[in-house]
Design a protein around this ligand. Structure first.
Ligand code: S3P
Length: 169
């Protein structure tokens, strides 16, 4: 169970269902949900795709860090759908470990993710060779997600309700 003094943070690769699970978990817990990409778009008035195209990935990663640190620093206990790349930065990983937060890694086979990520939208990194990119990201980030996670929930072949139940347990 999530303690009332802890944020619930969902991490994992693109397409794993962080936003959907966060929305349902937020309803069940009666908590506000903060979704990293939506937060960045609201703060900047620009889309994630525009930020990548105009300012580059490094600028986007800085905004991602700002959004994470702000959410983790909130007095209100939240459900936080962190962006997939949040674990790339050692400072972000330290913030996740040090914060009053329960971090859950939603973990899936990259092949299963491919069916769930739509073209376009807020995932410019998947424009070319999406399966290869997801497989590379899975290999590069697996250990990083594991490092910050208090719990791991496998999502392959599970219904969304089942995943939410597992996350809340
Ligand atoms: C990214 C994940 C995306 C978005 C951006 C980069 C990543 O968010 O922040 O396209 O590097 O994993 P989601 O994890 O919400 O899809």
């Amino acid at each position: 169970m999530i303690a009332s003094d802890e944020h619930l943070v969902l991490v994992g690769l693109m397409g794993v269902g962080k936003s959907t699970v966060a929305r349902i978990a937020g309803e069940r817990l009666g908590r506000r949900v903060v979704d990293s990409d939506a937060e960045i778009e609201a703060r900047t008035g620009r889309t994630v795709r525009e930020i990548f195209a105009t300012d580059g990935e490094a600028a986007f990663r800085a905004l991602e860090t700002d959004a994470l640190i702000a959410a983790l620093g909130s007095e209100e206990r939240l459900v936080i759908a962190a962006a997939g790349g949040v674990v790339l930065s050692a400072a972000n990983r330290a913030a996740l470990t040090d914060a009053p937060a329960r971090v859950v890694w939603l973990c899936a086979d990259p092949k299963a993710l491919l069916e769930r990520v739509s073209a376009g939208g807020h995932r410019p990194l998947l424009d070319d060779d999406p399966l290869g990119t997801l497989q590379r990201m899975s290999a590069e980030r697996g250990e990083l997600y594991r490092e910050v996670a208090d719990a791991i929930v496998l999502v392959d072949r599970r219904s969304i309700g089942d995943v939410v139940d597992a996350v809340l347990r």
